[in-house]
Write a new protein. Structure first.
Length: 276
């Protein structure tokens, strides 16, 4: 694994070229260009805010205006989720999309899933100016712990987990095309199972949820990852701090996903090349 990782690093310029190409193709015929990166998550945020915050008044137990309010709570969760959701959406086709290059270029094949995740990383960075505007305008409370611990850890784990999933799904989907459709269903389930629209504390403090279900809920690595993404901006609001189990699951689960994804990718590599 170390030698292949070194080979990918040696070909990092190829990854950069693929990322720039993907971004150029995505935006070159678009009037709004980069703005589309923000319009979709912001539109989702406003819909959820109107439905849950205004119509249903379901923002009980969530941050009050003193901490930035329900709107900042949604923005801080939906923006990073959108990036991860896009990684999941493109992961199954990461090898198929680059099939011509894969069969003609003598480079480590891991480069192509890595480029897919790298493109989304750049798009994630482009959402930061808007997120910071919301933090300032709505009165968010960034914490020192959040900025220097939660945020870097959340970003690293998001892309470690995303890369592992992309390596896994991109190889399996070439041989079994049903994976792409299944991924769409799983993505929706993960959205509601990762506390994007509500604090995880609402589930963990509920009398109606059995203990085993609470444990299983916290074993979802994405729960801890997105809790960290959000906790950065709500200093003093302890309900958003990830539990020890959720934090451990995020770290261990991300590393395991990368190992499983890489192992699967290498195991199926020759079969994938024959199919392409």
């Amino acid at each position: 694994m170390a030698s292949r990782t070194l080979a990918v690093w040696e070909h990092r310029k190829v990854v950069g070229l693929l990322v720039r190409r993907d971004l150029k193709v995505k935006y070159q015929q678009s009037v709004l260009g980069y703005a589309w990166t923000m319009l979709e998550p912001l539109a989702m945020t406003m819909v959820y805010f109107f439905v849950f915050g205004v119509i249903l008044n379901a923002n009980r137990g969530m941050p009050t205006d003193e901490y930035g309010g329900f709107l900042l709570f949604l923005v801080a969760g939906i923006l990073p989720w959108t990036t991860f959701g896009q990684i999941l959406g493109e992961a199954p086709r990461a090898m198929i999309t680059h099939s011509k290059l894969i069969t003609t270029m003598k480079v480590p094949r891991e480069i192509f899933p890595t480029a897919t995740v790298g493109t989304k990383f750049i798009e994630y960075l482009l959402t930061w100016p808007i997120l910071l505007v919301f933090v300032v305008v709505l009165g968010g409370r960034p914490s020192v712990m959040g900025v220097f611990v939660w945020l870097p850890l959340a970003i690293v784990l998001t892309f470690v987990f995303g890369l592992g999933l992309t390596l896994f799904l991109s190889s399996v989907n070439v041989l079994l095309r049903d994976v792409e459709r299944l991924t769409r269903i799983v993505t929706r389930l993960l959205f509601y199972g990762s506390a994007i629209l509500f604090p995880a504390s609402m589930v963990l403090s509920s009398d109606k949820v059995p203990g085993w279900a609470m444990t299983l809920y916290q074993l979802n690595p994405l729960l801890g990852i997105f809790q960290m993404h959000r906790a950065v901006w709500f200093a003093g609001f302890e309900e958003l701090t990830p539990t020890t189990l959720a934090l451990s699951s995020a770290v261990v689960g991300s590393i395991l996903m990368l190992i499983i994804g890489y192992w699967t990718f290498r195991r199926l590599e020759m079969s994938v090349l024959k199919e392409l």
